[in-house]
Write a protein that binds this ligand. Structure first.
Ligand code: G3P
Ligand code: MG
Length: 395
């Protein structure tokens, strides 16, 4: 078994080396970095101890804009596969969401043309799973686009109501309802369920109807979870992310969940005189990077040991030397990777929120020690293939 382990380990390293070699060669064709940089990267490429790396891809503004793949993204991802199996451990680390990880994996497979497993998908709301022990039994209000209630139910929350359903349960709570042309979603809740107060509010994904949503959330928070009451202690409030802006199809970045949170906070404080008490998840929170690191390590072990039935604990000890965060938003992707420290190393692309020519001033990509002037840490090409080349060169 020791021999098999050695062979497989060297196989993984060889694959990694081939991958780096490919991008190195392609980079060599497409850009001309300074000779000292080339020799530096080359020495990394040839060192097997440096070969174990993983990649975390941001989605919006890096791989997709809306539901459109960014030019070259599918081809770039396909480089990470061999015989339809990933040969480099990588995950999708996004602050977006609205559907379960399994459904998102399916959607990404369709859009990007590669096989994506549920394990590779880390969404803004994925950490909500950890809150089931505390809030799984209370009536929970789920807010946002997509299927926010199904997400929480899928995580094990027992009594979930979406904000749209909740608004439907409460006559006249939205005075503008008659002007809204879309049909309300209706679920048959028992009167016993309806009488239960809301014990926690989860903003799972970007809210759609800000007017209705801010009104109803304020009603719930102000009243201790029973809108008919005048006041009560604020139930816990959780946001899956706090992005002020994110890149969609429109050329200028759009308001994200953080912008919604600011609007809600301002109105809630004006209404009650109290500060809004909330917890936000998603990048740049350190725990997100820890979770991603664990997943990448697990995927690396799977790649290394896929043919070994009973790997020993020693086999699984080998750690990743570097985990790359490839993102378009300095305030989330890069800020978080910098704060997480080693083995994280951030790469900033220009296909999304960030449009600057030099590295970002507040949260420069690279590692903590990197200087602000290091242009090599920014992917300058619109095309993801070239982007990969320049990115991995900055090892
Ligand atoms: O709604 C999605 C947005 O907030 C950020 O997505 O993939 O750039 O982290 P992403
Ligand atoms: Mg992004």
């Amino acid at each position: 078994m020791a021999m098999a382990s050695k062979i497989l380990r060297s196989g993984y390293r060889r694959n990694c080396r081939i991958y780096i070699q490919t991008v190195f060669q392609s980079a060599f064709r497409s850009i001309s970095p300074e000779p000292s940089i080339i020799s530096h990267h080359y020495s990394h490429r040839t060192s097997s101890s440096r070969s174990l790396f993983g990649i975390a891809f941001d989605i919006d503004g890096v791989l997709l804009r809306g539901s459109k793949p960014i030019e070259g993204a599918p081809e770039a991802l396909s480089q990470l596969y061999e015989n339809a199996q990933p040969r480099v451990p990588f995950v999708f680390l996004t602050n977006g969401g609205g559907v379960l990880e399994s459904k998102k994996a399916f959607e990404l497979s369709q859009l990007l043309g590669v096989v994506v497993s549920e394990t590779q998908v880390l969404l803004g709301h994925t950490p909500f799973r950890k809150l089931v022990n505390s809030y799984g039994g209370v009536r929970t209000l789920a807010v946002g686009k997509g299927e926010p209630a199904s997400v929480l139910s899928g995580y094990g929350f027992q009594d979930v109501v979406s904000l749209d359903e909740y608004a439907f349960e409460h006559d006249d709570i939205d005075p503008l309802k008659q002007y809204k042309t879309w049909a309300p979603i209706r679920t048959a809740y028992s009167s016993q369920q309806r009488e239960k107060k809301i014990g926690a509010v989860f903003v799972v994904s970007d809210p759609i109807d800000w007017g209705q949503d801010i009104q109803v959330i304020c009603d719930v928070l102000r009243s201790g979870g029973e809108p008919e009451n005048e006041s009560g202690p604020q139930p816990p409030l959780f946001f899956a992310a706090d992005d002020f802006l994110y890149q969609s199809l429109f050329p200028i970045a759009r308001f994200g969940m953080g912008a919604f949170r600011l609007a809600l906070e301002s109105i809630f404080t004006r209404l009650t005189g109290n500060p809004l008490i909330y917890t936000s998840f998603g990048k740049p929170q350190a725990s997100v990077y820890k979770d991603a690191e664990r997943t990448l390590q697990h995927l690396a072990s799977e790649i290394i040991f896929k043919d070994i039935k009973f790997p020993s604990p020693d086999n699984l000890k080998e750690g990743l030397n570097t985990t790359y965060m490839i993102g378009d938003n300095p305030y989330t992707d890069i800020c978080g990777a910098r704060a997480a420290g080693a083995p994280w190393y951030s790469i900033l692309v220009r296909t999304g929120c960030f449009k600057g020519k030099e590295n970002d001033k507040c949260f420069p990509a690279g590692c903590r020690q990197c200087t602000r002037s290091s242009r090599i840490y920014i992917a300058a090409r619109r095309c993801m293939l070239n982007f990969f080349s320049t990115s991995i060169l900055s090892l």
